[in-house]
Each structure stands twice: as structure tokens, then as C-alpha cells.
Design a protein around this ligand. Structure first.
Ligand code: PPE
Length: 311
């Protein structure tokens, strides 16, 4: 990661190296953070942030679920992220808003632990490798289940959830796979360690419902909308594990992973063993949209004004 100049902290910009917390901050012992991942794309009209409002809303939803008080409004945080990209003079980047419980009281019950809000950004390339977008990736079913309901809420994008994601991702990596797919506590398909999943058979696209312990992905919602706009049949439904093995196409979605095809699951080849035609159609529509090459009919792109020097 190449550092950028500025990070936003509680309403003002500080230097990249100044964005530090005390080791006894509540978040360090207890995982009490919520965060986001947002992408800013280079378009013909300059940089544009994709679905910024929806990401910021989910950030505040995550804080609400965990009873973290936040003094900044949705509008203010939206404006601050636009300004963040502008002051760092980036044409495309990944934005990481983080809200955490800070330094103060000790013990699990947050007492006198101030809320700290940070917004950072940096340049980030392809999440699952450069060749993944065309060739697809090899994945496995994880031996770790996704977090069960009534343990940690998966509608919140909380730091603590990513201990589960780390187990899934590390196991997959050590066994030679690009990523792991977790089943939920009932044994149904849930999601990747950092991606939602879509399964296609006989022309019909399926994705697990929110009740299958998934993060309500913004890219997931984008792909559902793209499919509907293209007239492709798409349903949210509980998906049994073996459906993956007999699928024609499978792909991941996520802000970092974008739309990444899956070419094998547990070394069983999916379809022709590379990106399938429906995945390609959706992937193309996705990139045309985020890169501003097709009409932004849903109003998903927020332009970032260019710094004076770059004009
Ligand atoms: N599920 C999980 C568990 C998840 O972490 C992500 C995003 C998604 C689904 C897709 O959500 P969305 O980005 O809104 O479409 N994972 C983020 C973090 C990746 C990381 O390694 O950090 C991301 O893609 O930005």
C-alpha cells in the first residue's frame, strides 16, 4: 500500500502518519469497530465515487446496530469522503471509513470510550489477482461456517466479523485456493470471506438472501439491479452447497473483488472452467457503469472535483 497525504479524523484532515490510536483503545481488545470499503473510479469526466451514499448509510447502520454513537451526519460524511479523494489528488482509489470505540474506560462495557471516526484512501488494484477477471478463480468450501444468527450480526460490517473472514481466507490460502466460500450455520451457501456470491444454472441467477448470514453487499444490490435492467431472471433464494458443483456459472461480487468469476469449487470445474457468458455480460455492464461509460440512470456516481493543480 502506498500512503496518501491525508486522513480525515473527526472533522479535520491529519497527516497519514498521524492517524494513530492508543493500544488500550476499546477496539483493540474487543473488536469494536465498524467500517466500509468504497471505490472511486476514474471516468472520462474525472474521478467518481461509486454508490457513496449507500456505503455511508450502511456505515451508520452498522454503528446503530452496535450502539456506537456517531456525531456526524450522513451528508457530512459523504462530503468528507469527496473532499478526502480531492485533497489526496487521486484519480481512482479505495476509500476506507472506520468508526471505532477509542481510548478511555477499560472493560467490555463501553464507558467513556469516545467514538473516533476516520476516513482514509489509497490506490488498490484487483482484489483476487489481475488474471481473475477473465479466467476466474479456484475456490473451496470453508471448513469454517459463517457467523450464526444471534452471535454477531452480519448486516453490520464490523471489524469483529472479520475474525471469521480471516479464518476462511487463511485456510483457503494455505490450501492453495484464491478464496473460501462459507456455509451458514444451517449448512447453506452464505458468502466468501469478503464477497457475496451468485450461482447460475439454466439461465437463472441465484444469490443467498440476507437471512443466510450475508453482508448486504452494495455490489450485490448493483448486480441484482443490472440483471433486472438486462432482463435476466434473478432470485434471492437459499442455496444448497451442491448447487455450486452443478452450476453453469458462479461469481463473486464485492467493492474490492468487483465481479470476479469462479472457475472451480473444491476442484470441481464450473461450466467450461472459465468466465461464463452471463457473468461476462454482467461484468461488462458493471464496469461500463462504474467507469462512467454507460448512462448513470440510477444516480450511482458522485463526481469528485479536481484539485486545482490537476486541472
Ligand atoms: N461480504 C463480505 C463478508 C464482505 O466483506 C464484502 C465486502 C462483501 C460481502 C461485499 O460487499 P460490498 O463491498 O458492499 O459489495 N468486502 C470489503 C472488504 C474487503 C477487504 O479485504 O477488506 C470490500 O470488498 O471492500
Amino acid at each position: 500500500m502506498t500512503p496518501t497525504e491525508k486522513i480525515w479524523h473527526n472533522g479535520r484532515f491529519i497527516g497519514w502518519d498521524e492517524a494513530k490510536i492508543h493500544v488500550l483503545s476499546h477496539v483493540v481488545s474487543y473488536g469494536s469497530s465498524v467500517f466500509e470499503g468504497v471505490r472511486c473510479y476514474e471516468t472520462l469526466n474525472g474521478p467518481a465515487i461509486f454508490r457513496l451514499r449507500e456505503h455511508t448509510r450502511r456505515l451508520l447502520d452498522s454503528a446503530r446496530i452496535y450502539r456506537v454513537p456517531v456525531d456526524f451526519s450522513l451528508d457530512l460524511l459523504v462530503e468528507a469522503q469527496i473532499e478526502l479523494v480531492r485533497v489526496n489528488k487521486l484519480r481512482s482509489c479505495y476509500i476506507r471509513p472506520i468508526i471505532l470505540r477509542g481510548y478511555g474506560g477499560v472493560g467490555v462495557l463501553p464507558a467513556n470510550n469516545p467514538t473516533e471516526v476516520y476516513l482514509a484512501c489509497w490506490e488498490w488494484g484487483k482484489y483476487l489477482g489481475d488474471d481473475a477477471m477473465a479466467d476466474g478463480v479456484d475456490v473451496c468450501i470453508s471448513s469454517w461456517n459463517r457467523i450464526a444468527p444471534n452471535t454477531l450480526p452480519t448486516l453490520a460490517k464490523a471489524g469483529a466479523n472479520y475474525m471469521n473472514s480471516q479464518l476462511i481466507r487463511m485456510e483457503a490460502h494455505h490450501n492453495g485456493y484464491a478464496e473460501g466460500i462459507a456455509l451458514d450455520s444451517e449448512g447453506r451457501v452464505s458468502e466468501g470471506s469478503g464477497e457475496n456470491i451468485f450461482v447460475i444454472r439454466d439461465g437463472k441467477i441465484h444469490t443467498p438472501p440476507l437471512g443466510s448470514s450475508v453482508l448486504p453487499g452494495i455490489t450485490r444490490d448493483t448486480v441484482v439491479t443490472i440483471a433486472q435492467d438486462l432482463g435476466l431472471p434473478i432470485v434471492e433464494t437459499v442455496i444448497p452447497r451442491e448447487m455450486l458443483y452443478i452450476a453453469d456459472e458462479v461469481f463473486f461480487t464485492g467493492t474490492a473483488a468487483e465481479v470476479t468469476p469462479i472457475r472451480s469449487v473444491d476442484r470441481i470445474q464450473i461450466g467450461m472452467g472459465h468466465r461464463g457468458p452471463i457473468t461476462e455480460k454482467i461484468q461488462r455492464a458493471f464496469f461500463e457503469l462504474v467507469e462512467g461509460k454507460s448512462e448513470d440512470k440510477h444516480g450511482w456516481l458522485t463526481p469528485v472535483p479536481q484539485p486545482v493543480e490537476a486541472q
